[in-house]
Design a protein around this ligand. Structure first.
Ligand code: PAF
Length: 280
């Protein structure tokens, strides 16, 4: 596996004969890799000849300085894991490399960028769009892979691809969970054993809400019941919403499980976690 830190070297490498007429699969990550990321690589290996992963903690998508400072950094382990799992190139640029001109561009994704994650993390999706757009321009992958845990991010990237005419296919790969149901996330590494147990309330709430919706209970009643479960000091709910899977508009009445997602976000031991479940 090649480990490359500079954009120009990555571009020159992709330009060499070895990479010509090969299908390139791209998996963007912020490191602290876990089985969820490995699943993205596995999916990429099934349909691509060359796998490129980026490891870059993108400062422009953090709206909270402490969150950025405390984000787990495990570069050596990550590189070993990528190599073991058949990645061909790990692209690990510095901030200076990615933002030579500073961060001068913002992207407005419209309504979809203003709700849920967009509402609680102002500027987050602009930062995601900016870095993913840069990677797409540099790497020009055929297919790029994202996790369903960040479902709204996936819609944002879809919008980026459509609006900027990137000739790139996107894949959304189902969330990988611990055997108890906790969605794997790089931030989980910061949770205590007790915190991990407390965090199960997020997935349990999603499963319960799905059952109740399918049984015909109203969105209002379900929302009230789920919100009432979050009254401890350790776990705090930020949002619980039943939405259209593509637009992220809230739904008030439910009659068709197609394209409906239930999304949740909150804090455990001060660490922000998100999760979602699809209805069909
Ligand atoms: O999902 C992530 O880890 C990040 O948002 C991404 C897509 C790597 C962009 O920094």
């Amino acid at each position: 596996m090649l480990v490359i830190n500079e954009t120009s070297i990555l571009i020159d490498t992709i330009d060499t004969k070895k990479f010509q007429n090969k299908t390139i699969g791209f998996v963007p990550t912020m490191g602290a890799l876990h089985d969820g990321h490995i699943e993205l690589i596995r999916a990429a290996k099934l349909e691509c000849d060359i796998i490129i992963c980026s490891i870059y903690i993108n400062p422009t998508q953090f709206n909270n300085v402490t969150d950025l400072e405390k984000y787990p950094r495990t570069l050596d382990d990550d590189i070993n894991l990528l190599e073991k799992n058949g990645c061909d190139i790990a692209f690990c640029p510095s901030d200076k490399e990615m933002f030579k001109m500073g961060n001068t561009l913002t992207i407005d994704f419209g309504e979809i960028g203003k709700v849920l994650e967009g509402e609680f993390r102002p500027g987050h999706f602009s930062g995601v769009g900016l870095i993913v757009g840069k990677f797409f321009n540099i790497i020009k992958p055929n297919i790029s892979y994202f996790g369903q845990k960040d479902l709204q991010q996936f819609s944002i990237v879809k919008s980026l691809v459509q609006n900027l005419n990137f000739n790139i296919q996107l894949r959304c790969i189902p969330t990988v969970r611990s055997k108890d149901g906790l969605a794997l996330s790089s931030r989980n590494a910061r949770l205590s054993k007790n915190g991990k147990e407390e965090a199960l309330v997020f997935y349990d709430s999603l499963v319960l809400a799905k059952q109740k919706l399918l049984k015909g209970e109203t969105v209002d009643d379900i929302t009230k019941e789920i919100k009432s479960k979050f009254n401890s000091d350790i776990v705090k709910l930020e949002y619980f919403e039943i939405v259209h899977q593509d637009t992220f508009e809230k739904i008030n009445t439910f009659n068709n499980p197609e394209n409906i997602a239930i999304c949740i976000a909150g804090y455990v031991e001060g660490i922000r976690l998100i999760d979602n479940i699809l209805l069909s």
